[in-house]
Ligand binder design. Structure first.
Ligand code: PLP
Length: 444
């Protein structure tokens, strides 16, 4: 019997023992194509020598030094590299151990910013429905994914949720994508006015929504208008790029493609590429200065912030993305993947939308293409797709969106950036076989 506490108590999971490129290998020798890179984590694939060597070298040199006392060489170098490429005036990096820690830190920083500015009444966070910002209770309170939240209410924060920018479902007949983008963004203004501008500290959103909506990119102009609204009311903009950042969508930071500069930005997952647990929160000079010139102390911290080995891994990963010109490769292979998905599933009666950017792609599954009606959640389409794909040697990330009755199940694909055309073809074949098995049965 296993003594590991699994997420699904009754699941019989194979034991992973090895990884090579885009493949994972279990203890029986079975190989699985890692079509979602875990959950958009393994961006360089498995067994990248440059990263493993960097981790080993750092372990030999200095495994740990508490950042309450010291900083470290890899933490300094990684912060410099991130800031050199970061959008806007992001100026400081706070290293943590994962995505939830990054969003928690961002929310606390936004709160402390207003306290330092003498406006403690600004305690409300506005977020979006169908979003996910992490599983710790503060991050969960920010997220708008009912399935994850429902057992834990009442949650902690003063949070309200607006609709996401969801062109496939919400753009009206006769409305251009730009017009829709502006209309969707204006929901933020309405919510600010409804709750009282003087009570709002920040707005948080994922530039390209990952797990909860299947690589949902914003309509043109959406984030520019969001930025304008935040500026008009003096509200901080927090962008959560935990899943879509670090090159995944074809630019190092996803928000670059939308021409928007956040006040606070969260990254994780691909930053360590699975070689070490690491996340980070980047903030603007103005936000940092409010703390530095106020109490001078960010009231936050965890034992492993700025861990030398984790930051050494992050440094090797970001250097690899830049030095190997993986950003062009992501854009190119992303088009190959999108084209292959459209060719195979574009006419499928249960495929409503195929979308995304770079190597971050989603397929929305619906019961009916014309009405866009989702499947009944009891049919557990996403879970069955995941199981069928797994049995065929493909790991992907199907999620059920039907819990709130608002959108369909979806499959999220986020393969390692090193994936080849041949491996993309295998991925699509396996997914096709899984779709035939599950959707054939579901429609019968
Ligand atoms: N934010 C987003 C957008 C995520 O997708 C996730 C994880 O999936 C998180 C935050 C939480 O990250 P972690 O699981 O590393 O705590």
């Amino acid at each position: 019997m296993s003594h590991v506490f699994p997420r699904h108590c009754h699941a019989q999971l194979p034991t992973a023992v090895g990884g090579e490129g885009v493949w994972l290998i279990d203890s029986e020798g079975r190989r699985y194509l890692d079509g979602s890179g875990g959950a958009a984590v393994s961006c360089l694939g498995h067994g990248d020598r440059q990263v493993t060597e960097a981790v080993k070298a750092q372990l030999d040199k200095l495994a740990f030094a508490h950042t309450g006392f010291l900083t470290s060489e890899p933490a300094e170098a990684l912060a410099d590299l991130l800031i050199a490429h970061a959008p806007g005036d992001l100026d400081r990096v706070y290293f943590v151990s994962g995505g939830s820690e990054a969003t928690e830190a961002a929310i606390k920083l936004a709160r402390q910013y207003w306290v330092e500015k003498g406006q403690p009444q600004r305690s409300r966070l506005i977020a979006r429905r169908q979003s996910y910002h992490g599983n710790t209770i503060g991050a969960l309170s920010a997220g708008g994914n009912e399935w994850r939240r429902q057992q834990f209410g009442p949650l902690l924060l003063d949070v309200s949720h607006i609709d996401p920018c969801y062109e496939y479902r919400d753009r009206q007949e006769g409305e251009t994508p730009q017009e829709y983008g502006i209309r969707a963004a204006e929901a933020l203004r309405e919510e600010i006015e409804r709750v009282g501008p003087e009570t709002v500290m920040a707005f948080i959103a994922e530039p390209v929504v990952g797990a909860t909506a299947g690589a949902l990119a914003p309509a043109p102009g959406y984030y520019q208008r969001i930025r304008e609204i935040c500026d008009e009311y003096g509200i901080l903009l927090i962008l959560d790029e935990v899943m879509c950042g670090m090159g995944r969508t074809g630019s190092l930071f996803a928000c670059e493609q939308d021409g928007v500069n956040p006040d606070i930005l969260c990254i994780a997952k691909g930053l360590g590429a699975g070689y070490q647990p690491i996340g980070a929160m980047l903030c603007s000079a103005a936000v940092y200065d409010a703390i530095a010139q106020g109490s001078g102390f960010f009231q936050h911290g965890h034992t492993y912030i700025g861990h030398p080995v984790a930051t050494a891994a992050g440094l090797a990963v970001v250097s690899a993305i830049l030095d190997r010109d993986l950003l062009s490769r992501i854009r190119q292979k992303g088009e190959v993947l999108q084209t292959a998905l459209e060719a195979r599933f574009g006419q499928h009666p249960n495929v409503g939308d195929i979308r995304g950017r770079g190597l971050f792609r989603g397929i929305e599954i619906v019961a009916d293409r014309d009405s866009k009606a989702p499947f009944d959640p009891d049919r557990k389409i996403a879970a069955r797709l995941k199981k069928a794909a797994f049995a065929k040697g493909l790991i992907c990330y199907p999620m059920s969106g039907t819990i709130d009755g608002q959108h369909g199940d979806h499959v999220l694909l986020a393969p390692p950036f090193i994936i080849t055309d041949e491996e993309i073809a295998i991925l699509v074949d396996c997914l096709d076989a899984a779709m035939q098995e599950v959707l054939g049965a579901a429609e019968a």
